[in-house]
Design a protein. Structure first.
Ligand code: PLP
Length: 355
């Protein structure tokens, strides 16, 4: 058993993996694997319905919104969002807070005017830009709620008088928030929800039907809403395991309880990074991510040795992204506080042997 600190595909609860593995062998008493049944069977439709219902329940999503499970990853949403929400002659505001935000900006430019109204590129994306205002002529403001690579996160969402569109790939279901500020939320499953394959989309129905362009069928939210995420064959395994994971979150006490655990884990690790004389954090304190915790060694020459100590203790996936360097501990929902404590113990032992 390893402590999985990978940024994604990410850790899933053991009991979810066990139940998923059973369903691969035989699903719902059908004498068939989940992977070989029709997505239109009543058994799989029940899975999809429960997944959608759990998303609505856990995030308090009203009937003004549609909940979809699509293919293509969060990256497809970089284009699909503006294709459906931004008319050629209209403009959208974007904040540039890292690699994923930059990719979203690049694709949006294909569909309308895009104004990058704030960026933290000047300091290698180590903070969340704030203090801007917007006029109401923007169709939406796009933000990336958690910057998986750079380890920053919006603690509070901007109040700018236009609807928000948000890439929540790496922190959805990690904390509570008010869905009603958003026209569109999307998230690839494989960070904090389930295995790779499905992309969760929560779209405000009244935001649709306002663009004049023709939209290819697979990229039109309206088609997916009408066919309840069954316009084509959905990524059934990813939807099923995501559903099991959402059940797990509910059994843990819902997003409120999960948030408390995540805050405790993040506090434990950030406190150690601050206290430990060998390490430091590259991110501005008030914007630090509770999901992806970046940290560096003052003495870079010790990096390999520290990673090997982590591996010996069973902690894997701690290499930082090449654009930040150092280390990144991803502490998604399924990471236990005990797992974080093991990492903290390694850091403390390392300090003793090096100072
Ligand atoms: C991983 C990630 C993506 C890309 O997700 P795919 O599902 O692989 O396309 C987009 N945005 C954020 C914030 C991510 O962490």
């Amino acid at each position: 058993m390893k402590y999985n600190f990978y940024a994604g595909p990410a850790i899933l609860p053991r009991e979810v993996l066990e139940e998923a593995s059973q369903a691969v062998l035989e699903f719902s008493g059908m004498g068939l694997s989940l992977l070989e049944i029709s997505h239109r069977s009543k058994e799989f439709i029940a899975v999809m319905d429960e997944a959608v219902a759990l998303v609505k329940e856990l995030l308090h999503v009203s009937d003004d919104y549609a909940v979809l499970f699509l293919g293509g990853g969060a990256s497809t949403q970089f284009a699909m969002g503006p294709m459906n929400l931004l008319d050629n002659s209209a403009k959208a505001a974007y904040t540039d807070t890292g690699t994923w935000a930059s990719k979203a900006i690049k694709d949006a430019k294909l569909y309308g005017q895009v104004d990058v109204i704030a960026s933290s590129k000047d300091k290698n994306y180590s903070y969340i830009p704030k203090g801007y205002t917007l006029d109401s002529s923007y169709s939406y403001l796009h933000i990336t709620s958690n910057n998986t690579i750079f380890g920053t996160q919006y603690r509070q969402f901007p109040e700018v008088g236009v609807p928000l569109v948000c890439d929540m790939s790496s922190d959805i279901f990690s904390r509570t928030f008010d869905i009603n500020k958003f026209d569109l939320i999307y998230a690839g499953a494989q960070k904090n929800m389930g295995p790779a394959g499905a992309t969760l989309v929560i779209i405000k129905k009244s935001a649709l039907g306002k663009v004049t362009r023709e939209i290819p069928a697979m990229l039109d939210y309206t088609n997916h809403i009408e066919s309840e995420s069954m316009y084509n064959t959905p990524p059934v395994f990813s939807v099923y395991v995501s559903m099991l994971n959402l059940r797990w979150i509910k059994n843990m006490g819902g997003v409120v309880a999960i948030q408390k655990l995540n805050e405790d884990k993040a506090a434990l690790l950030y406190n150690e990074i601050t206290r430990n004389t060998l390490f430091y954090s590259p991110t501005q304190e008030e914007d630090r991510s509770f999901m992806n915790i970046c940290f560096l060694l003052h003495n870079k020459d010790l990096e390999k040795e520290f990673l090997s100590e982590c591996k010996k203790a069973g902690c894997v996936g701690l290499e930082g992204h090449r654009s930040v360097g150092g280390f990144r501990a991803s502490v998604y929902n399924a990471m236990s506080i005990a797992g974080v404590q093991v990492l903290v113990d390694v850091m403390q032992e390392f300090e003793k042997t090096k100072s």
